[in-house]
Design a protein around this ligand. Structure first.
Ligand code: U2P
Length: 259
């Protein structure tokens, strides 16, 4: 089956309710620790959230380099990269680590690795927490913490990564912003409302932006279970909220030696 056929069948098979009722259930972190409920107690999620990272902001915090850290690449372009495809509840919480038996296995996504390295890179040298209390790749963290909770829409690791790449390509946020004049810059500031409107016009749904010191750090797009865009609930913390004028810093390669 070619890829387009696969995606068409896949999208037809999944449930389509955007606003279906769902009992809320508690998610996630308390004092940095994952609070993991047994899989059978997890309630089905309400919507998907594609979280994108802006390397121009995040890479400013790079203080040492390694080959895994895309902030250290000399040829990194100024584009949003993928943080993860998350599954959330409408009340602002989310399930996490829904299937400890489904540990990340890189072999299952071998055909996708080329794309993942470019579009879903780690922006840090640190290993990330896995659901069994260990440390692993950024991809392992995202699959185990978020992907395993995406049932009954997504059941397996390969589909999780493939689906995420496809949504990312379908809604090319970097291109949308550049076409509207929001060019990465280390001197300009842009009205937050203008950025939000540009995305609303292109995607037909309201995104959510997360800032750090007035710079865009993350951009989130929300989707119904059939992957139609829906408005994102405005549930960022005050520390993450963006001011009325934001910067979109240019990516500055930080080649301090790969070690
Ligand atoms: O915002 C801090 C971290 O909390 C997790 N998060 C946040 C919002 C949301 O809607 N869903 C969600 O999971 C993310 O955790 P991570 O995937 O990075 O471990 C987010 O970075």
């Amino acid at each position: 089956m070619d890829f387009l056929t696969f995606m068409s069948v896949f999208l037809l098979l999944i449930s389509t309710s955007c606003y279906g009722l769902s009992e809320n259930h508690h998610g996630d972190e308390e004092g940095g620790l994952l609070v993991v409920a047994p899989a059978k107690q997890q309630k089905e999620f309400d919507y998907f959230l594609l979280a994108l990272l802006w390397p121009g902001t995040l890479c400013q915090g790079t203080n040492h380099c390694c080959s895994a850290n895309a902030c250290c690449r000399s040829n990194a372009t100024s584009m949003f990269t993928i943080h993860g495809l998350w599954v959330n509840y409408n009340d602002g919480t989310w399930p996490a680590c829904c299937n400890n038996g489904s540990n990340f296995d890189i072999k299952k996504i071998t055909p996708l690795l080329g794309g993942l390295q470019i579009y879903w890179p780690s922006l840090s040298c640190n290993l990330e927490s896995t659901c069994d209390g260990g440390k692993g790749l950024f991809w392992a963290h995202e699959w185990e913490k978020h992907g395993t909770c995406a049932t009954p829409v997504i059941w397996d690791e390969y589909t999780y990564f493939l689906t995420t790449l496809n949504i990312y390509f379908k809604y090319n946020i970097t291109k949308i912003l550049i076409e509207e004049g929001y060019i990465p810059s280390n001197s300009e500031k842009y009205p937050l409302g203008g950025i939000v409107s540009a995305i609303q016009n292109a995607v037909r749904a309201t995104p959510l932006l997360v800032c750090s010191d007035g710079a865009v750090q993350e951009l989130r797009l929300c989707f119904c279970k059939n992957f139609e865009p829906q408005d994102c609930p405005n549930n960022v913390t005050p520390e993450e909220a963006c001011p009325r004028y934001v910067s979109l810093p240019e990516y500055v390669p930080r080649i301090t030696g790969i070690n």
